[in-house]
Write a protein that binds this ligand. Structure first.
Ligand code: GLN
Length: 535
């Protein structure tokens, strides 16, 4: 069995402990250790799939089709390692498993309780991840904040694991906020002390503490934390606010966090090799040319709803040494009269995925504008489906063309459900999810940017392009350039006579990495730069 790192957070939520967890993952991998990362979310939803993006940001999808927390996107981007269903579990799923076992009579007439039944289920999940992955180190982030009622069974479970596996095999890293009071000009340590005390009352004494701070943290503050929270001073780390999140890895290494982790576990490994990572951060710091990419969606007030899309756009920019400014455009506010004004600064456009009709007319107006004005555009999932709707309405003159998601009586269902698909079943967990193969025509504009064949891409959607319309589309210049080789579902459409008007049914953003950008986004930025040169 490998070693276990447990990451908790205190004082406030949104501390960025997902970034710290990801950085730990990157650091350990850079020392040649194999790792597996997971997040335990204490809410009762079975998975985040049915949660509004306003609540928890985007839903991240793994190859094996799990709908997961957005922190998994950070894990994958930082560690360049694909995760699985075992990487995310919620309290809801834990309870569901326990209740199912109770109904099956598995508890042999016992009273089923939080301790030991729920806690055992949690421990089993963690250990299963360790066993299945065979990783040297399992990094488990506990969602929420210490002190929440929901977190209790999870904290109790990791306390028990420590007791079973002992100190040399387990490590607790607690993240806390050091708030800055401008009136007194001081960083305050008291909330951190209280949070560690709270954790202590649950039987967990952190081994390492990470202080999140907007200001410089002096030695005496670290000493104070070490003394009052009973940790070694060299186990108090500082995570300053940074402009580039990928820099956190380097910050943690500077403070020798990876050395301290390896010492704690008595692991002897080569020193970390972060050459590529350093080069990436240097590159990002020295980007010269700037371009603007508009994201036209309905959740633009909450950037986390499009986190991976945003990171994927930026990563493709790094590839060409350009800084990409994101223009956030609320599709509900786009209309025929203002579209040229709203998009006047956009060098390229992304219309991302989505569910429901709200804001879609603005997206269709955007798509028409980009198509007619040769603005490079990438449509993702719903974005691609609306490209088909717009094309059918305005080029093929099928006035009422639509997706049956919004109008199930349309004469021209260019996007529809397959016959007998999903009748009368639950909304949660019933989408087409996870990785499927993609057969891309070599004539596609995107083809040259793929480094690996065969291609596999991640999906999260219910509706499909209606294959009855393929020849009509192709005869009018919208090429069907990617299909699923097994079931012939349409995966990629693109306009022939346009610098880059490409739509994909899958989500390329989930497979983009900061130093391995995704072909569909490289294609977009490449087209933007070519257009600029032409002007
Ligand atoms: N709502 C569309 C569907 O279900 C698109 C989903 C998405 O964009 N992720 O097919």
């Amino acid at each position: 069995m490998g070693k276990f790192i447990f990451i908790t957070g205190g004082v406030v939520s949104s501390l960025g402990k997902g970034i710290v967890a990801s950085s730990v993952g990157r650091l350990l991998r850079s020392r040649g250790l194999s790792i597996f990362m997971q997040k335990l979310d204490p809410y009762i939803n079975i998975d985040p799939g049915t949660l509004s993006p306003y609540q928890h940001g985007e839903v991240y999808v793994t190859d094996d089709g799990a709908e997961t927390d957005l922190d998994l996107g950070h894990y994958e981007r930082f560690t360049n390692q694909s995760l699985t269903k075992l990487s995310n579990i919620t309290a809801g799923r834990i309870y569901q498993n326990v209740i199912r076992k109770e109904r099956e009579g598995k508890y042999l007439g016992k009273t089923v309780q939080v301790v030991p039944h729920i806690t055992n289920e949690i421990k089993e999940h963690i250990k299963k991840a360790a066993k299945t992955s065979g990783a040297d180190v399992i990094i488990t982030e506990i969602g929420g904040t210490v002190g929440d009622i929901e977190s209790l069974p999870f904290l109790e479970a990791i306390r028990q694991i420590r007791r079973e596996l002992k100190e040399e095999n387990t490590l607790f890293i607690h993240n806390v906020l050091l708030p800055y009071l401008p009136t007194s000009g001081e960083l305050k340590t008291k909330p951190a002390q209280h949070s560690v005390k709270e954790l202590g009352s649950l039987g967990i004494q952190p081994d390492f503490i990470v202080l999140r701070s907007e200001k410089n943290v002096t030695k005496d503050i670290k000493e104070k934390i070490a003394l009052f929270c009973d940790v070694n001073e060299n186990h108090v780390f500082v995570c300053r606010d940074v402009d580039i999140i990928y820099e956190v890895v380097l910050e943690m290494r500077k403070q020798k966090m990876d050395d301290e982790i390896c010492n704690h576990f008595h692991l002897s490994t080569p020193a970390s090799n972060l050459k590529n990572w350093e080069a990436l951060v240097q590159k990002i710091k020295n980007l010269k040319e700037e371009i603007n990419i508009a994201i036209v969606g309905k959740y633009v007030s909450l950037h986390d709803a499009y986190l991976s899309v945003c990171e994927a756009i930026k990563a493709a920019g790094y590839f060409y040494n350009v800084k990409t400014n994101i223009l956030w455009i609320n599709s509900e506010e786009v209309n025929e009269d203002n579209v040229s004004l709203v998009l006047k600064d956009a060098d390229g456009i992304v219309v991302p995925g989505g569910f429901g009709q709200r804001g879609t007319e603005g997206k269709i107006i955007t798509l028409r504008y980009a198509r007619k004005n040769n603005i490079p555009l990438l449509g993702i999932c719903l974005g691609m489906q609306l490209m088909a709707v717009e094309f059918a309405r305005n080029v093929l003159n099928l006035q009422d063309a639509n997706t049956t998601e919004f109008d199930d009586k349309t004469q021209h269902p260019v996007i529809h459900l397959l016959p007998n698909q999903y009748k009368g079943i639950d909304l949660g967990g019933t989408l087409r999810l996870g990785a499927y193969d993609l057969e891309l025509k070599s004539s596609s504009k995107v083809y040259p940017f793929y480094r690996h064949h065969p291609i596999s891409e991640r999906h999260r959607h219910r509706y499909e392009f209606n294959n009855n319309y393929i020849s009509l589309f192709e005869n009018h210049g919208m090429m069907i350039s990617g299909i699923n080789p097994k079931n012939k579902l349409v995966e990629v459409i693109e306009l022939d006579n346009h610098p880059y008007f490409v739509g994909c049914q899958f989500h390329p953003e989930f497979k983009s990495r900061p130093n391995h950008p995704h072909a569909f986004f490289i294609g977009l930025i490449n087209a933007v730069l070519n257009q600029k040169k032409r002007k």
